[in-house]
Ligand binder design. Structure first.
Ligand code: ATR
Length: 278
């Protein structure tokens, strides 16, 4: 049996801003596991050769980030059906028979973040509003469907994209325009921002959060800044909020467990460490 320390990676291009080495490095340290996790810059044209090396057993597996999340599909030997639905893989596992299995842990990260920070959020939810129909919204929609949310209003500046996702993912998803928010807000128990609005302090121009019920939960998958204008506005109205950093931390758990054989926890110490780098 091979007892050499296990190695994992995150590949992307560029890769220097990834927080994954800090997250996995912290867990390796706290769980006293002899292993390593490295960030590797892989150009798109070098991806097939990287997969050859992965099959050869150089690593137990790793994470995949922009721009490779879709491209790795064609190179994996097997892909988890939920990752297929999401249309992207962010986690690779090299199996003992030298095949590579791809999965997507963003949807688990999203659900576990809300479960940890707003327990019971999905009970008697009514409907959910998801803002944005880009790449990042697919994992959130799949997560909400998996959790059994019956009505998910998908509002996007470009309505066509919302309609396309509704057709691709299911009839629970009701497409609409951002201006429909006012009409839908009173019945919504959850609002999720998946658009890039919020990064660098940008804000939605016409989103009247005062129309939400006082028990509604507002969450953002943007975590730079941690307190986006949307979350700040919701919070000042007394609404419950959950920031996007927890999703990043929780999505890392299944990969770590698959590569290193121990299930890590997302705790305050890890959060502080990562928060300090934002
Ligand atoms: P990602 O893969 O991170 O989701 P994306 O595919 O570029 O990135 O999607 C960005 C999302 O933010 C889209 O829903 C986009 O709306 P459009 O589909 O209409 O482009 C949304 N978005 C970005 N800037 C926006 C703005 N200023 N106002 C409204 N929506 C915006």
């Amino acid at each position: 049996m091979n007892s050499a320390p296990r190695k994992a990676f995150v590949i992307g291009h560029p890769i220097r801003h990834s927080r994954s080495p800090l997250i996995h490095g912290t867990w390796l340290e706290t769980l006293r596991i002899e292993g390593s996790y490295e960030a590797i810059d892989v150009q798109p044209e070098a991806l097939p050769a990287f997969f050859d090396k992965l099959r050869d057993g150089h690593w137990a597996g790793g994470n995949v980030t922009i721009p490779h999340k879709e491209a790795v599909f064609a190179l994996c030997d097997e892909v988890d059906p939920l990752a297929q639905k999401i249309g992207a893989a962010n986690t690779l596992v090299r199996r003992p028979d030298s095949t590579v299995w791809g999965t997507n842990t963003d949807y688990i990260g999203f659900l576990n973040n809300l479960d940890q920070n707003a327990p019971g959020w999905s009970e008697n939810l009514g409907s959910a509003i998801v803002l944005g129909a880009g790449g990042a919204s697919r994992a959130i929609l799949v997560a909400l469907i998996e959790r059994g949310i019956k009505t998910i209003h998908l509002l996007n500046r470009t309505r066509d994209k919302a309609e396309h996702l509704s057709k691709a993912l299911g009839t629970q998803i009701v497409p609409g325009d951002l201006t429909d928010f006012s009409k839908l807000a009173p019945e919504a128990g959850l609002v999720v921002n998946t658009t890039s609005i919020g990064m660098h302090g940008t804000r939605f121009e016409k989103l009247d959060l005062t129309l939400l019920h006082k028990s509604a939960l507002v969450t953002d998958i943007v975590y730079t800044p941690l307190l986006t204008p949307l979350l700040a506005d919701a919070s000042s109205l007394g609404l419950k909020t959950v920031d996007g950093l927890g999703m990043l931390l929780h999505q890392a758990v299944p990969g770590f467990e698959a590569w290193f054989g121990a299930r890590p926890t997302v705790d305050a110490a890890l959060r502080w460490r990562v928060e300090a780098t934002l």
